[in-house]
Design a protein around this ligand. Structure first.
Ligand code: CA
Length: 221
């Protein structure tokens, strides 16, 4: 899962980034509205955590511009102003959820998981596919009811494939979901993770679509 974090408070931004990374998310952090606007125009994100009070361009303007260009990315706004009018304005401008500062990192993570579920039209918190169960909140996997240990990036890759079951994801799309800006990507990292997943789960679970990418077929059940 790749998240754009827009927060100009360095201490808070640093803490949120660390918390989301610990939860296995790839995080790009920008500290003003113009940088957020540019990132949204050029990159594809699974969700945005957007502070409203920002230098150069306000969070509300960033949100309005994204929605005006039909960018439907789920947006959670952070606001320090506990007024009903602000929250109504944010939701009406196209935000999907909001949190009041100060907030608990665990709650932010849970709300992001809920937004990602909704974006994937998925009501159940646990993803199931044949003998596979993936629990994003517990960050746990079972295969044929046995727990399976995965690294953070193996987990993130499997999660992305499951959320997009029936669709081919290219190597570049998978890399985007695993790495934030400035994180070094080894050229064959995705192939290596896929190899590990096939070995730990089942060789036939993930299909290679030659010249295109990888996919998990839609569940037949
Ligand atoms: Ca701020």
């Amino acid at each position: 899962m790749r998240i754009l974090l827009v927060e100009d408070d360095r201490l808070l931004g640093d803490g949120i980034r660390a918390g989301l990374k610990q939860a296995g998310m790839a995080v790009d952090w920008v500290q003003d509205g113009r940088a957020a606007d540019a990132a949204l125009a050029s990159e594809s994100y699974d969700a945005v955590v957007l502070d409203l009070g920002l230098p150069r361009l306000s969070g509300m303007e960033v949100l309005a511009r994204a929605r005006a260009t039909s960018n439907a990315v789920p947006v959670l706004i952070l606001t320090a102003r506990d007024t009903v009018a602000d929250r109504i304005a944010g939701l009406d401008a196209g935000a999907d959820d909001y949190l009041l500062k100060p907030f608990d990192l665990g709650e932010l993570q849970a709300r992001l998981r809920a937004l990602l579920r909704r974006a994937g039209n998925q009501a159940e918190p646990v993803l199931a596919h044949g003998a596979l169960r993936l629990d994003p909140a517990a960050r746990s996997i079972t295969w044929q009811e046995q727990p399976v240990e995965l690294s953070a990036r193996e987990f993130a890759l499997l999660h992305a494939l499951l959320l997009n079951a029936g669709r081919v994801l290219s190597k570049a799309q998978l890399e985007e979901k695993l790495y934030g800006w400035g994180e070094e990507i080894e050229s064959n990292a995705v192939e290596v993770f896929i190899h590990h997943l096939r070995r730990k789960l089942a060789p036939e679970l993930i299909r290679t679509v030659r010249g295109v990418g990888y996919m998990i077929a839609k569940d037949a059940q």
